[in-house]
Design a binder for this molecule. Structure first.
Ligand code: TXA
Ligand code: MG
Length: 350
């Protein structure tokens, strides 16, 4: 963003307003826009524009079996997307929205099967970002948005990441600086059976199971968490995702020195296919160099810097990166970060 020496705040504001107007115009005219959220940047389309929705899948090179999350600016907007707004949904949305919690619920006809990949459920969330909330409110229509990266690749946490991800497409990105959370939202499926609820976390995020339990503690709801995640419940939940441009190796064995990691990886990398689940992996011909990928030891800070660091390090002139798994990484607060690292990895050394 440009700044004036004399009136910096005023200029930032005017520029943002101009971008907001441009973004609104694009969304109203069947186009897509890069939008900031507190988790990661999204690539958004109005849910009533089939053309723009198709463009998301096309430029992301995303398979149609992977459903999109629908972003709303109010509870009222969310209520229109599901035929069964229950007391549980009312509570969770009041408690956690705007914020990084996506609620998977039965869908109404307002939500096309293109968005849900043919499922009868839709994932809904209200992001904690005032620019995007204003945009949705002014559009008057929810915005469907996946993370703004090519399918299977590292998610973007700055506007510059989105620009570099879609170099060849002319995408307008609303810039609101780096994302505060840095990892995608927690995806929670909420099923109602009579007066009982069945909750299933389909994707780990900053809002953890214990946070949900704590919030629900003083409430009269009858509920249980189920662990089992079938592919049908969570399409798009592939084993590989978020992959950097060079291979990432997770190291569980504490005794391994850098040299041992280099040797082991050299031995094992040739066993890897060039492509896993449609995601291409750049396989170096000769493995000579590596660098350790290190994250802060506090989980919220690690989450915030994970994707941008992974992108930065993938530019380094080395053949692969390695990350050491330590004892504290098994704590619940690390679950989301470790989930992403595991999916981003090409190899695990036990
Ligand atoms: O934080 C986020 O959630 C970001 C920002 C942009 O809001 N969005 C995001 O979208 O991560 P995406 O497309 O990268 O991930 C969406 C995932 C799908 O892969 C799927 O696992 C789950 O959300 N999902 C969406 N709708 C679903 C549904 N109806 N049933 C089950 N899972 C669903
Ligand atoms: Mg994504």
């Amino acid at each position: 963003m440009k700044k004036s020496r004399h009136f910096p705040e005023l200029l930032i504001q005017l520029e943002t307003v101009t971008d907001l107007n441009l973004a609104l115009e694009k969304l109203q005219h069947d186009d897509v826009v890069g939008i900031p959220t507190e988790t990661v940047y999204g690539l958004g389309a109005a849910i009533n524009s089939e053309k723009a929705l198709k463009k998301i899948f096309a430029i992301k090179e995303r398979p149609f079996f992977d459903p999109l999350i629908v972003h709303v600016s109010s509870k009222q907007m969310a209520q229109k997307l599901t035929p069964s707004w229950s007391p549980m949904l009312d509570f969770l949305s009041e408690h956690f929205w705007p914020g990084p919690l996506t609620l998977v619920v039965p869908k109404t006809e307002m939500v096309s099967s293109l968005i849900t990949s043919g499922l009868e459920t839709v994932g809904i969330r209200m992001p904690r970002n005032s620019l995007t909330l204003t945009l949705i409110e002014r559009l008057g229509v929810p915005i469907a948005a996946p993370s703004a990266n090519k399918f299977g690749r590292t998610s973007p946490t700055t506007a510059a990441h989105v620009q570099s991800e879609f170099k060849n497409e002319n995408i307008l990105v609303l810039d609101d600086g780096p994302c505060e959370v840095g990892l995608e939202s927690t995806v929670l499926k909420v099923d109602r059976i009579g007066q009982d609820y069945v909750l299933a976390i389909l994707r780990a995020g900053q809002i953890k199971k214990t946070d949900l339990e704590k919030a629900l503690r003083s409430r009269p709801f009858q509920y249980q968490f189920v662990e089992a995640v079938s592919q049908k419940d969570s399409p798009g939940h592939l084993k590989h995702h978020y992959m950097p441009q060079i291979p990432l190796v997770l190291v569980k064995n504490r005794a391994y020195t850098s040299q041992k990691i280099l040797d082991k990886t050299r031995q094992m990398l040739h066993q890897l296919p060039d492509e896993i689940e449609g995601v291409k992996i750049r396989k170096p011909l000769h493995i000579q160099t590596t660098k350790e990928f290190v994250l802060p030891d506090q989980s919220t800070l690690a989450a915030r810097s994970l994707y941008s660091e992974l992108r930065k390090m993938a530019e380094e002139p080395v053949d692969f990166l390695f990350f050491r798994i330590l004892d504290y990484h098994s704590r619940e607060e690390w679950q989301a970060v470790m989930d992403r690292l595991t999916k981003a990895a090409s190899l695990v050394l036990d």
